[in-house]
Structure formats: C-alpha cells, structure tokens
Design a protein around this ligand. Structure first.
Ligand SMILES: Cc1cc2nc3c(=O)[nH]c(=O)nc-3n(C[C@H](O)[C@H](O)[C@H](O)COP(=O)(O)OP(=O)(O)OC[C@H]3O[C@@H](n4cnc5c(N)ncnc54)[C@H](O)[C@@H]3O)c2cc1C
Ligand code: FES
Length: 246
C-alpha cells in the first residue's frame, strides 16, 4: 500500500487518469482512496473518497465514476498536471474464477468489474445495468472485451428494459460475481443460491479512512462484524447479514 501524490493526466465528468510511478500493482476489484486536494487547501472534503481501480498501472491508473456530490465533482474538475492524493491499493479484491462465471454490475459498481471481466475465462457472461444507457460506465471498454455482454436499463434505452438481475441465469456450481446497489446484489445472491451457484459481492459502503482505523465501514456477517475496507470489499454473499446492510 502506498500513500502518494499522483499527477493527473486527464479528468472529466466520469473519468480520472493518474500517473503514479510508485503504484505497486493491484488485483481486480481493489480500490484506492482519492483526495482531490492533497494539499488540503480547501479542507472540504477533508476525507478522501473510495474509488475502484478501473484499470491500469503506474504509467496511467484509471478510475471511472459518477458525480454524486462534492468529492466526485472535485475529482471530475481536476486539470492535467494537478496533484491528486492516492492511498492504495486497498481491500481484498476479486479472485479470478477458473470456471464458468457471470459478472453482474449495476450503476457505479460496473467500474469494479472491468479488470475481472478482462481476466476471466472465455465464455464469461457480463451483465451490466443502470437507469439509462448514459449511466452505463465505460460501455465501449467493455464492448472491446471477448466476453458475452448483455445490458439492462430501467428506461429501455439499451438492452433489456428492466432489472439487470432479470438476465441472470447461473448454472449450478458456477460463480456469480456482483457489484452495485445493495438490492441488486441481494437479488443476485438469491438467484445464485436458488440455482446452486456460488456468489461473491463487492460492497460500496461509505468509508472514512479506508484501511481499518475509523471502524466506520463495519458490516454484520455470520461470524460477527467485518470491515468493508480491510476484510472486503468482496464478501461471500451467503455470509452477509443482508437485512443490516445500508
Ligand atoms: C470500495 C468502493 C469502491 C467504489 N468505487 C466506485 C467507482 O469505481 N465509481 C464510482 O462512481 N463510485 C464508487 N464508489 C462510491 C464512491 O466512493 C462515492 O460515490 C463517493 O464517495 C461519493 O463522494 P461525494 O463526495 O461525491 O459524495 P457525497 O457528498 O459524500 O455524497 C453524495 C450523495 O451520495 C451518497 N453516497 C455517498 N457515498 C455513497 C456510497 N458509497 N454508496 C451509496 N451512496 C453514497 C450520499 O449519501 C449522498 O446522498 C465506491 C465506493 C467504495 C466503498
Ligand atoms: S473505512 Fe475506516 S475502518 Fe473501514
């Protein structure tokens, strides 16, 4: 794990590319805490924001995001050459499945799945969902991968008109790997369990520190509390207390 100042290569409404020579590499599904103002001139936001590493390495680390508040707005407004604080890689990330798998991404959770989709075995199904076509992050990057790609949108602007989990039909013994809103991941876990498939989900809870100090990201599991930032964000879906998740 490193805590360093990256140099912004480019930024925009849904993308940030950073040069960070010290970056030690990462696994699919790991994340970083990003601070848009590492010199803390503005002190707002004071805390960094968790963001999945979309793809890349030391020469260009790429993040894809949706602007939902001040932190993500400031990230989107960074200019080439400016500094951004990066703490990472953090969390456990996904293990790349060796057998048949279906990846299910919803909303901002789509960004956590790109490198997993790229490294997954041939024949892997990737299901991406959002409110509309415009909300499907990194559509073109996913389309360039050799995977079976299907879409679902609430408004019917791309693919199936309805929930992305409507498309999920896992084989017994296969893997379902999901990231997105809690109700979507919960439904994916239910479908997987009913089909005799194994399911792991990546949680996107609000975080303050990102490395196990503030205890603000605790979730309830069958063996007690676990921290999303250090024990996760990827968890075995069958072990989570879904009723207690935000
Ligand atoms: C491990 C991890 C990986 C993530 N990866 C990505 C990613 O790749 N791309 C991406 O766009 N987002 C990702 N997120 C979510 C992202 O961290 C939040 O959207 C961001 O922190 C919001 O910061 P803000 O200052 O813009 O908004 P805030 O001002 O903090 O909040 C604005 C609104 O968004 C809500 N909100 C804030 N954080 C979350 C959250 N985690 N879940 C649900 N609602 C939230 C708030 O309740 C509020 O209504 C990830 C989160 C985690 C924990
Ligand atoms: S975010 Fe601080 S302990 Fe997880």
């Amino acid at each position: 794990m490193i805590c360093a100042r990256g140099r912004v290569l480019s930024a925009g409404p849904d993308l940030l590319r950073v040069e960070l020579p010290e970056w030690p590499g990462h696994r699919p599904g790991q994340f970083a805490m990003l601070l848009p103002d590492p010199d803390v001139r503005a002190r707002d936001p004071l805390l960094p924001r968790p963001m999945a590493v979309f793809r890349g390495g030391a020469d260009a680390l790429e993040f894809r995001f949706k602007v939902v508040g001040r932190g993500t707005a400031l990230l989107s407004e960074l200019r080439a050459g400016e500094a951004v604080g990066v703490l990472g890689p953090l969390g456990n990330g996904f293990s790349v499945p060796e057998g048949p798998a279906t990846l299910v991404g919803g909303g901002t959770g789509i960004a956590s799945l790109y490198e997993l989709a790229r490294e997954a075995p041939a024949g892997t199904r990737v299901l991406l969902g959002g409110r509309s076509r415009r909300e499907l992050l990194a559509l073109e990057a996913f389309r360039a991968l050799p995977v079976e790609l299907e879409f679902a949108t609430d408004d019917g602007s791309l693919g199936h008109a309805g929930l992305v989990t409507d498309l999920l039909k896992p084989e017994p013994g296969s893997w379902v790997l999901a990231c997105g809103p809690t109700p979507m991941m919960r439904r994916a876990a239910e479908i997987a369990a009913a089909a005799g498939a194994r399911c792991r989900v990546s949680l996107e809870n609000t975080m303050a520190c990102g490395f196990g100090i503030c205890l603000g990201c605790a979730v309830s599991c069958d063996t007690g509390f676990r921290y999303v930032c250090t024990h996760g964000p990827v968890f075995d879906a069958a072990r989570l207390d879904w009723d207690a998740l935000p």
